[in-house]
Design a protein. Structure first.
Length: 229
C-alpha cells in the first residue's frame, strides 16, 4: 500500500516501503521546523524529535516514524477509579487553549527535564506558531489560579497527535489527559497518536499497531475536515 501523495520534504523510500532506514524509526536528519514541514510530516505519519549529536554534543533535528506505533483507542482507554474520583472532585480546573505556551514550556522543564529534553527552544517556537494558526492545542489543569499540569498536541482533520505532558501538582497531568481524551471523543477525533508506548500510557490502555495500519487510519482521519477542536 502506498500513500496517495508523496512528500516534497521526506525521502521517497519511506513512502514506497513504509520502512525508515533504521529500526529506530528514523526517517531523516535535517530540514526545518516551518509550518509547511510540520503539517506535511504529521500528514504522513512523521514527527520531529531532536536528538543529541554524539560528535558535537548539540541537538540536531531528526524526523521519526516508529514501527510499531502507539495510539489510544476510546474503547480501551482505562481510567483508574481513584483518578476518576479526582477528575470529578473539582480539585483541578480544566481549561482548553488558555495557556498553550505555559504547557509546552512546562513540558520542557518540569520534572527536572530542563536542558535534558527534546523540547528545544526551536521546538517550542515552532509549536507556538502551530498553535497560533489553530493546528496545535493544549488541555490544562489549574489549581488556585496556577497552571499545574497539562498536555499538548497537534490536530489535523480527525487526527490528534499528543506530544507531551507535565505536572507540578501530583496527578494534574493525568487529569488533563482524561479531559483531553473525553474532549476528543466528544468532538469526533478518530485517531489519537502517542508515538511510542510508555509504562504510564500503557496503564491507561495504550496499544501498539503496525505502521501500515497506523498510516491507513491516518489517511481516513485526515479526510474528516469537519472535525473542529
Amino acid at each position: 500500500m502506498l500513500l496517495n501523495v508523496l512528500s516534497p520534504y521526506f525521502p521517497s523510500r519511506y513512502f514506497s516501503q513504509y520502512e525508515p532506514e533504521e529500526k529506530t524509526g528514523l526517517v531523516c536528519i535535517g530540514g526545518v521546523l516551518s509550518i509547511s514541514w510540520l503539517i506535511d510530516a504529521y500528514s504522513h505519519g512523521i514527527f520531529p524529535w531532536p536528538i543529541n549529536d554524539p560528535d558535537s554534543g548539540e541537538m540536531i533535528l531528526a524526523w521519526f516514524s516508529p514501527n510499531p506505533r502507539a495510539i489510544f483507542e476510546y474503547e480501551r482507554f482505562h481510567i483508574p477509579s481513584r483518578l476518576e474520583r479526582l477528575y470529578y472532585s473539582g480539585r483541578f480546573q480544566i481549561r482548553y487553549d488558555s495557556d498553550f505556551e505555559g504547557v509546552i514550556r512546562g513540558c520542557s522543564s518540569a520534572q527536572d527535564r530542563e536542558n535534558a529534553t527534546w523540547i528545544t527552544p526551536q521546538i517550542i517556537n515552532a509549536y507556538i506558531n502551530l498553535y497560533k494558526l489553530g493546528f496545535a492545542h493544549s488541555v490544562e489543569a489549574w489549581f488556585e489560579g496556577r497552571l499545574v499540569g497539562g498536555v499538548y498536541g497537534v490536530a489535523l482533520g480527525g487526527l490528534f497527535a499528543a506530544e507531551s505532558m507535565f505536572y507540578i501538582e501530583p496527578n494534574a497531568s493525568k487529569v488533563a489527559l482524561v479531559a483531553l481524551i473525553r474532549h476528543l471523543q466528544e468532538v469526533g477525533f478518530t485517531l489519537i497518536d502517542i508515538q511510542e508506548i510508555t509504562p504510564n500510557t500503557q496503564r491507561f490502555g495504550a496499544i501498539e499497531i503496525q505502521r501500515d495500519s497506523y498510516l491507513h487510519r491516518l489517511h481516513n482521519a485526515l479526510q474528516l475536515s469537519n472535525v473542529k477542536w
